[in-house]
Design a protein around this ligand. Structure first.
Ligand code: ARG
Length: 483
């Protein structure tokens, strides 16, 4: 399989640092990164083969990077813990994790791993869902975590051209192998999808990068990034950086946006390919790598007044935590005793992740005022309630919509989205066309959501559907038709 397999074939063996290679001319890092500053990326862990660690130390044992996303979880690439030939999973005891800027540091903090969860849809061939969660034996509470990016913030954080950083102890030279003791930080930019799986070229600081085809990169689950430094050198991750973080800082602070997955060689004119973290949130939540947070913003509420009923649609506010349910509260006069107040609830579940939900409260007094508020909720808590809006259950009909019109010679054929009589007997339902300019108004009866209007002698009309019931009438928006 194309480029993905080629890059995976060069996946480092147990002792990536075993070979010593002569120093290259320029000072190369990640590839063309720089030494991490003290305190930078404290949540970056090195993954170490336990046996090599015991025998030769962390520098020799390092094989991948990982990110602390909760006190008990590290997020890494699946290919770091799955044998690429046999498909067999590494056991938790075979690997350890180390926290230290310098792998040779005597104060490196080694933590043990008790469990490895590989994404159930990890595909060795295509590298889709190349993500795994490592559970630690004991919580690490004194090292800051990095939160994974949530879908609600994805548009902002993964916008094309955004500055991002990649960090790791991977190879720092384009040809041959040379590994740093201090992890390297590379400045890169997020590529547009059109230049990731969309095949288009992308110009970064004077260098024209190639795009991958959609057979090589599925950009719904992968994201591309690369950089060009001030000396016009390409900045990229390389072998040994896999599993490490791609970090973007936006309005909500730094977030784990990508995980180093694969590339076409290193620092070539193809960008590096990363796992798109916002597309793996369900897996991260299921494995405990993403603490579910309480919704903080009240939802948005809209009300459709019906006969003795309010139909309420609740939508999540942009950027808030994932929700599993909305709860609506309707307060107003009790039909059994209208001088007293009653409170009724209805509940709605989002139909897709964080989409809106709709529910109805019935048995209300038509014509009376009710206050409507809603909260959004998930496993860990509720948002504040929205500001109450006043709604009045109504017997008024609800207008439909002119969906399409075909105007030929002197007649026009219409189709409609149906009006809603709202439980009142319908007197008439017609389409009415007024000429733009002078001439006669023409109309026709709507039946089975369609109608034909004849004797249209003018060339342009404004047409609408009108429903008249015992309770009132409602007009749709106008649609202009022309011959
Ligand atoms: N698969 C590599 C690893 O295991 C990472 C390659 C990243 N390559 C790149 N050009 N960005 O370390």
């Amino acid at each position: 399989m194309g480029i993905a397999a080629a890059a995976l074939a060069t996946f480092p063996l147990a002792n990536v640092h075993g070979v010593s290679i002569r120093q290259s001319e320029f000072s190369p890092r990640v590839i063309h990164g720089v030494d991490a500053k003290i305190g930078q990326f404290p949540y970056l862990a090195s993954l170490l083969y336990t046996t090599d660690l015991e025998q030769d130390g962390a520098f020799q044992a390092q094989f991948c990077g990982a990110t602390l996303t909760s006190p008990t979880t590290l997020v890494t690439a699946a290919h770091c813990v799955v044998d690429q030939k046999s498909g067999e999973q590494t056991t938790a005891a075979e690997i350890s994790a180390g926290f230290a800027r310098n792998l040779d540091s005597s104060t490196i903090r080694i933590v043990q791993i008790t469990n490895i969860s590989v994404h159930p849809e990890y595909n060795i061939e295509t590298s889709e869902n190349d993500i795994a969660v490592l559970t630690l034996t004991a919580p690490v509470t004194d090292i800051p975590i990095l939160n994974p990016l949530i879908p609600e913030l994805a548009a902002e954080y993964t916008a094309a051209g955004n500055a991002a950083q990649v960090a790791g102890w991977g190879n720092i030279v384009v040809s041959g192998n040379k590994y740093p003791t201090i992890f390297q930080v590379g400045d890169v930019v997020i590529f547009p999808n059109s230049s990731c799986g969309g095949g288009k070229r992308n110009m970064v600081n004077g260098i024209n990068f190639n795009g991958f085809s959609n057979r090589e990169v599925n950009d719904s689950v992968m994201i591309c990034a690369a950089g060009v430094n001030s000396s016009k050198e390409i900045v990229d991750a390389c072998q040994g950086d896999s599993g490490g973080p791609l970090v973007v800082t936006g309005s909500a602070g730094p977030r784990l946006v990508g995980i180093v997955s694969w590339g076409e060689d290193c620092a070539s004119t193809y960008p590096g390919v990363y796992i798109r973290v916002s597309a793996a949130n369900d897996f991260l939540q299921e494995t405990g790598a993403m603490p579910i947070s309480i919704p903080t913003v009240p939802p948005t509420v809209s009300v459709l007044p019906l006969l003795g009923e309010l139909r309420i649609t609740v939508s999540l506010s942009q950027g808030d935590a994932a929700v599993t349910q909305y709860a609506v509260t309707v307060t107003g006069p009790n039909p059994a005793n209208p001088t007293t107040t009653q409170t009724l609830n209805c509940f709605a579940a989002p139909t897709a992740q964080n989409s809106s939900g709709t529910c109805s409260v019935t048995g209300l007094i038509t014509g009376a005022e009710y206050a409507v508020t809603a909260i959004s909720a998930n496993e860990v808590g509720n948002s504040p309630a929205s500001i109450p809006i006043i709604a009045v259950p109504s017997d008024q009909p609800i207008a439909g919509e002119v969906k399409s019109a075909k105007f030929t010679r002197t007649s026009a054929k219409f189709s409609f989205k149906p009006s809603n009589a709202n439980s009142s007997p319908v007197r008439t339902e017609r389409v009415i066309c007024s000429p733009i300019g002078s001439g006669a108004i023409r109309s026709a009866r709507i039946s089975s959501d369609s109608a034909v209007v004849r004797n249209l002698t003018q060339s342009r009309y404004r047409c609408l559907s009108r429903i008249v019931t015992d309770a009132g009438s409602a007009d749709s928006a106008e649609k202009v038709i022309r011959r």
